[in-house]
Structure formats: C-alpha cells, structure tokens
Write a protein that binds this ligand. Sequence first.
Ligand SMILES: NC(=O)c1ccc[n+]([C@@H]2O[C@H](COP(=O)([O-])OP(=O)(O)OC[C@H]3O[C@@H](n4cnc5c(N)ncnc54)[C@H](OP(=O)(O)O)[C@@H]3O)[C@@H](O)[C@H]2O)c1
Length: 360
Amino acid sequence: MTRRALELAAFGIGQVSPSPLVGCVIVAENGETIGEGSYIYENVTHAEVIALNQAGEKAKGGTAYVSLEPHAHTGRTKPCTEALINARIRRVVCPIEDPNPLVSGKGFQVLRENGIEVVTGILKDEAARLNEKFCVWHQKNRPFVHLKLAMSLDGRISLTNSVSTQLSGKESAARVQSFRHEHDAILVGGNTAFVDNPSLTDRSGKPRRRKLARIVLDNRLRVSIDSTLAQTAKDAPTIIFSASDDETKIAELEKLGVEVVRLNARNLHHVLSELKTRQLQSVLVEGGTEIAGAFCDAKLVDKLTFIVAPIVIGGHDAPMAIGGEGADSLDGAMRLRDLEIIKHGDDFELTGYPQIRDEG
Ligand SMILES: NC(=O)c1ccc[n+]([C@@H]2O[C@H](COP(=O)([O-])OP(=O)(O)OC[C@H]3O[C@@H](n4cnc5c(N)ncnc54)[C@H](OP(=O)(O)O)[C@@H]3O)[C@@H](O)[C@H]2O)c1
C-alpha cells in the first residue's frame, strides 16, 4: 500500500512545486481500500483529506498510508494530522519525515501524542527519490540541479564545427521531454543558446502548473534579438543572467519580454539563489560543455544523466561532455551512486547521483 501511496503522489509531477508530491491510501480495519488521494497544488486540498473524505465513517480504526509525513501546521490548509486524528485513524504508515527542518518530525510526534501508531521507513529510498527536488530545496536551501547531456560513445556532445545536431534517437527525445516536465526551469549556456537557437520548451504534453522557465547564462549577451528564445519570451518565462552593460541590447530584449538579471553568471551560487527567490524548485541543466563543467566543479549537481548514442565522432575539436577545471586526482573525480541504465531505442540512458564526499 505504501507503493500505491507513492504512485498516487507521482500523479502530481509537474503540478505541485514548490510543495511536495503527496499521495495517500486509506485502508479500513477489514483490509478494504476505502479512499485514495493525490495532491495537486491548484486544488489546495491535501491528499490525506481527499482520501479521508472518500473513506468517510469507515476510516475509523483504519490505516492511512501516506508518501510523506503529514504536516502538523496550518499553511494553505489546516493540519493533515488533525484530519487523521478526527477521522479516528488507528495507524499511519509513512516512509519518511518531511525534509523541511522547520516541520520535520512534528507531524509524527503529534500523531503519536494522540495515540496513533506510526510506522516509518518502508520504501524510504523510493519515497525520498520521488520527492528529491523538494528534499534538496529544503536541505540545501537551493533548487535541485539535474545535469543532462546527450553524447556519443566517445563522450562528444556535438560535432567539430559545433553545429547543432540531434545525437540521440526519437525514443530518447521523448525521455528528455519527460525530464523537462518534471522541472521548473531549464538552463543552458550562452554558446548553446547562440549556436543551437533552441526553444527549450516542455513538449511532453503532460499537465504542468507553471510554464517551464528558460534560463540562459550569457555574460556577453550573445543571445540574439531574433533568436527563438527572445522571439517567444512573451509566451514562456525567459531569464538571461548577464554581466553585459550593453544597455541598448538589454532594452531590446526586455521589450520582447526577456528578463535580464544583471549578475555575473559565472557565480552559480548567486544564479541558483536568484532562481530560489523565483520559487523555482528544480533546474534541468542541458549544457553545453562549459556550463556542465562549471556545475560539476562547483559540486552543484544533484543528479546526472548521460544519454549515450551508439556513434563515434572522434577528432580533436568536437566538444566533450564536461569542461571546466575537472579533477586532478581519481579521489577528486565525481563518482556516481545508484547508477541506473535504461535503453531507449538504440540509445542508453545512464542516470546516477554524485556521491557526497566528506570534505574533511
Ligand atoms: N549534446 C548535448 O546534450 C548538448 C547540449 C547542449 C549543448 N551542446 C553543444 O555544446 C556546444 C556548446 O558548448 P560550449 O561549452 O561551447 O558552451 P556553453 O557551455 O553553452 O556556454 C559557455 C559560455 O557560457 C558563458 N557562461 C556564463 N556563465 C557561465 C558559468 N557559470 N560557467 C561557464 N560558462 C558560463 C561563458 O561565456 P561568458 O561568461 O562570456 O558569457 C561561456 O563561454 C554546442 O556545440 C552545442 O551544440 C550539446
């Protein structure tokens, strides 16, 4: 049933940020499933309350399976702990605490104080993974960063002449759209914006609460007025971080609807904190080489995906996946944990999580 609660929570992908994904199942004393709920931000009502309303009187003495610790404070709604207590639920099964340090553990405490048995830890890794963006947002006080690159077998992300090329196949393209759907923002470097002239939109066709924000790190302000990004800025939030003092071009871009943030984009901590003030909980970094290297060097990558196409590009000058300073020892190299390999058509997706090292 915890797994079902996680599935219900996942219905909210793209529709809950900056809140967490929450799903709930109510099972009666006789083992019958009597209520199910998923949280969607715009609907306001929390998953637990939706499920309890379905269950009605039968909830008394039953078990609530919830994907994340029920909150004990009043936010946009009354505390969910109160709803569970009032429904006379006997047991709450929930894998993890809320990662928000201000409320963490308080929901479980209130439930226990009211005589409700609380069982934790079942499917805890899956539950934390499901809410990884919300967890990083609270634990690291910044947006979750997922770096994603498509590359050849020999680690090149484009051809020698840097001409924009689709390296991966159509099955991988669908996967990339689903990554975009999960995130609040997508980010590229100034050269990628200049060379590829991308649209950087979510074409997954799945529902989302807010439009995907498009971010370009472009100190020299190379993004052209005629670019797809600038020309569609009235339809999709477009933010350029730039140290440029070209006031004429800034004014032209702003007239088209682009937000230009005057800040040296080389300082990624400042960039992320600006994204945080805009309530952007997660960012998908889509390259190119230098931007990918900068995020790796700054240890600001929470999740990494390489989509590897079965081609070899070769040559001395075709851009490699990761630039920047790089590691000067194997100990300093980024090692991935929980590596998953999935096949999409002829391509392989490798996704993992950079291991946190003890810097001391
Ligand atoms: N296969 C893929 O998945 C994929 C994805 C994207 C791009 N690409 C390819 O990658 C190539 C472009 O890569 P690239 O390395 O030349 O360019 P890039 O990483 O897109 O942009 C690099 C530029 O961004 C600016 N920048 C701003 N803030 C920065 C920061 N914090 N760290 C580093 N740079 C920052 C720098 O110039 P200023 O500081 O002067 O602004 C720098 O020259 C293209 O060929 C493109 O097609 C491939």
